[in-house]
Design a protein around this ligand. Structure first.
Ligand SMILES: [Zn+2]
Length: 247
């Protein structure tokens, strides 16, 4: 089974699973990729996810899709925002960390973030295939910070990472932010060590750092395809048994 993934911007992705359309953290879509996809195709169900309220993850333009959307699934912090209140509340599910929500098509589990909001693990109930989207969960190791703050960031990351030990996902989205410099893949390296993922798509790199995994990136005995999109509109087919091919 293949799914088509299109990069929107930052942590924004459109995930076309054939019968289902999932849109994650669409804060800006200057090419109207989501609108055009909805106009061209028929889906059994369409879901919009926003991991948290930060402007680079959540924007109210996704309100334009409320006809097509069967549900908006938001991090709990969005409930308190003016932008969040503009959404039809009967169509919104807010999730706190470590909650579950499901309907006939989809099962959603939430995890904690190291920033605000949540990370999502989404399972297509028909195929059993699962996708993890980290939101802003990451080891935010800013080298300009004090040693104390850097230790706090590490502790917060390690605490939440424990909850992800053994987590399986056919595809995972995880931040590799170029602003972190040489620390940019510290979080993802730990993440792939403790989880069991089939493919990795990196995100949250508006710097366009050109990050690529070296041979030493993969833990011993683990190997999976990695895609680091740079330009909005880039699209790949992801084989849900562990492969990414260019379309
Ligand atoms: Zn962010």
């Amino acid at each position: 089974m293949e799914i088509a993934v299109t990069y929107l911007l930052n942590s924004g992705f459109l995930v076309d699973m054939g019968n289902l359309l999932l849109v994650f953290d669409d804060f800006e879509d200057s090419q109207d990729i989501v609108g055009q996809t909805l106009a061209k195709n028929d889906y059994e169900a369409v879901y919009f996810f926003a991991s948290h309220a930060h402007f680079d993850h959540f924007d109210e333009h996704i309100l334009n899709y409320q006809q097509a959307a069967c549900r908006y699934i938001f991090g709990y912090d969005i409930r308190r925002t003016k932008r969040g209140r503009r959404f039809p509340q009967e169509k919104v599910t807010y999730m706190r960390p470590y909650e579950q929500w499901e309907d006939e098509c989809l099962k959603v589990e939430s995890y904690d973030s190291t920033d605000v909001g949540v990370a999502f693990r989404v399972t297509d109930k028909k195929t059993g295939k699962s996708i993890f989207h980290a939101g802003d969960f990451n080891w935010w190791d800013w080298t300009g910070e004090t040693a104390e703050n850097r230790k706090l960031a590490e502790n917060a990351f390690r605490k939440q990472l424990k909850q992800l030990v053994g987590m399986k996902a056919d595809l995972a989205f995880f931040p590799v932010d170029g602003r972190l410099g040489s620390m940019q893949d510290k979080g993802v390296r730990e993440f792939i060590r403790v989880t069991d993922i089939g493919a990795l798509i990196t995100m949250h790199d508006l710097e366009k750092s050109g990050w690529k995994p070296g041979a030493e990136f993969f833990p011993a005995g683990k190997r999976f395809p990695v895609w680091s999109p740079v330009t909005p509109g880039e699209k790949k087919l992801v084989e849900m048994t562990g492969g990414i091919t260019v379309k």
